[in-house]
Every structure is written in structure tokens, then in C-alpha cells.
Design a protein around this ligand. Sequence first.
Ligand SMILES: Nc1ncnc2c1ncn2[C@@H]1O[C@H](COP(=O)(O)OP(=O)(O)OP(=O)(O)O)[C@@H](O)[C@H]1O
Ligand SMILES: [Mg+2]
Length: 305
Amino acid sequence: MAAVLKVENLHKSFKVGFIPKKREILKGISFSVEAGEIFGYLGPNGAGKTTTLKCTLGLIFPDQGQIEIFGHSHLSLEAKERIGYLPESPYFYEYLTGGEFLDFYARLFLLGKKEKEERIRSLLRLVGLERAARLQLRKFSRGMLQRIGLAQALINDPELVFLDEPLGGLDPLGRKELRDIIIRLKREGKTIFLCSHILQDIEMICDRVAILVGGRVISQGALEALVSEKILYTEVTLSGLSESDLEGLGEPVSSHGDRIMLKVFQEDNIERLVALVQDKKARIHSLVPRTETLEDIFVEMVRQG
Ligand SMILES: Nc1ncnc2c1ncn2[C@@H]1O[C@H](COP(=O)(O)OP(=O)(O)OP(=O)(O)O)[C@@H](O)[C@H]1O
Ligand SMILES: [Mg+2]
């Protein structure tokens, strides 16, 4: 598959402090994003995700490195016309209505009247804000603001969309709505570059990820390749047994009333546990095998990195 974004050996430092001292934030970053995928750019706070994004968009200049978008220099008009961007903390002029806000950006792209109206209508539909077209942005909830921000990032019908923490600060429903919109964009053939540290969201929707720690990409690849299917342990919730009955079978995690939850690491212990439950006429409420998650890998990598 063709790479739509190629970043090679990117270095960026900032001068900080009263007596300015150079601090290197990006220490030779390389990765590529392929056409049609959702690419997750992961890293803890301060890792350099937004800095990478700003370099890619030409908002700040790297000290060293190459960036190509659709095979063109990232600073060229050919590249810029084909990208969209939702910043980390977008600025909203709050006295505009949803419709006026999108109209403003549509005009920046010199869209004709008919095309502009159609685009705005279809974007409002995509982000589920048709009814907010006449509502001022100051009356929008946080989730609505994120969605109108996303609509703005799509106003020029871009092929590659950069989203910096689009799910930050949203409740579970808001996150699901936004995830569904992002998946819909992928189905339409767009490529999505998603910066986030909400690992579950990344795990649910990204095809490939790069993990950034301390200004270096320490791992990148397909999610299936990073996260193994190996069962780490089985979480068992049961009642009718005492903690002393369970000794040596697993590690108790919590207990509520009669219910005990424990982690069982060895498979033969599960069989022994089931036999014990039958013998003592106790009850198993759930038995859930836990495979490795992106969070396990991420925590381990950040610790080592
Ligand atoms: N203009 C600047 N001047 C000095 N230091 C900066 C500047 N911009 C960013 N930094 C520093 O660079 C580091 C990386 O910041 P960046 O915003 O890229 O991190 P991030 O990975 O996006 O973090 P977050 O998850 O919190 O958004 C931070 O330590 C930050 O303080
Ligand atoms: Mg950031």
C-alpha cells in the first residue's frame, strides 16, 4: 500500500528557560502512514505528539528531517489542499452558530455557494449536529464542540485527516459517537492520523500504531502484531467459598459480600477451582480470560523507555 505520509529522522528542539537552553523534544522520529488506514500515534503526556503534528503541518519547523505528504513536500500547496486538521484545543468563536462556523471555513477554501451549502449540510449530518446549525457555539456541550471541530477539519473534503486528541474530555457515549464517525470516515476511504493517549479507543479503531516515548518512536506496527493473543490470566468471580478455600489457587483481587474475585494464572488451577465449586455447592458467576491489552504493552514500554 502507498504511504500517504512519510516522516524520516525528524528532530526538533526548543529553547527553554531564562538563559535559553536547547531541549531536544523529537530525537529522530521516523514512521509512515498508509492510504486508507487509521494510524494511532500514542505516547504519554509530553512525549512530543503535538510537536510532531505541528512539524508535519508546517506550523513549526523541524531542525532536521524529511516529511512527505502524498509524495510532495509537506509545505507544498498540493499537500496542504489534501489534508484536514483538528487541533488539540481548537479555538471557537462562540457567538457563531454551528452553521456560520462551518460557513466561515468553507469560504477560506473558496467553495462555490451551492457546493458550500451541500458540504455544510452533509458534514452536519455526519457529525449528528443538523439540529445545532442555528445554535450558537457557546451553547454547545463539549462533545458537540469536538464534533463541530471535526466537521471543520473535513470542510475541504481532505484525504488525510489529522486529529490531535479528538476524544479527550468526552464521556463514554461522546467517545463512542466520535469513534463511530472516525470509522465512517475510514469507510469513505479517508486516512486518519490520530494522536491519543486513550488506549482503549486506539485499540478499538486503529489499524497500526506508533508508540512515542521521550521523543523517540520505540515501537510501530499493526496492532495485532503488537498485542498478542496470549492469555495472561483468568478472572474468576464466585460465591459460596471462603478466602482460605481458595488458597494456592489464585490471587484474590476483591470481595463484595459473599462474592470473591480472583486472578487464576495456571490453567490446571481453573480445573481444580471448578471441581471445588461443585464439591462445596458454591457458584461461579463469571470466568473471563484476560489477554494482553495495548495498555499492558504501553505501561511496560513507558517504564522501560
Ligand atoms: N513552543 C515550545 N517551547 C518550549 N517547549 C515546548 C514547546 N512546545 C512543546 N514543548 C515541550 O515539548 C514537549 C512535548 O510537548 P507536546 O505538546 O508535543 O507533547 P504531547 O505528546 O502532545 O503531550 P500531550 O499528550 O500532553 O498533548 C513538552 O515537554 C513541552 O513542554
Ligand atoms: Mg499533545
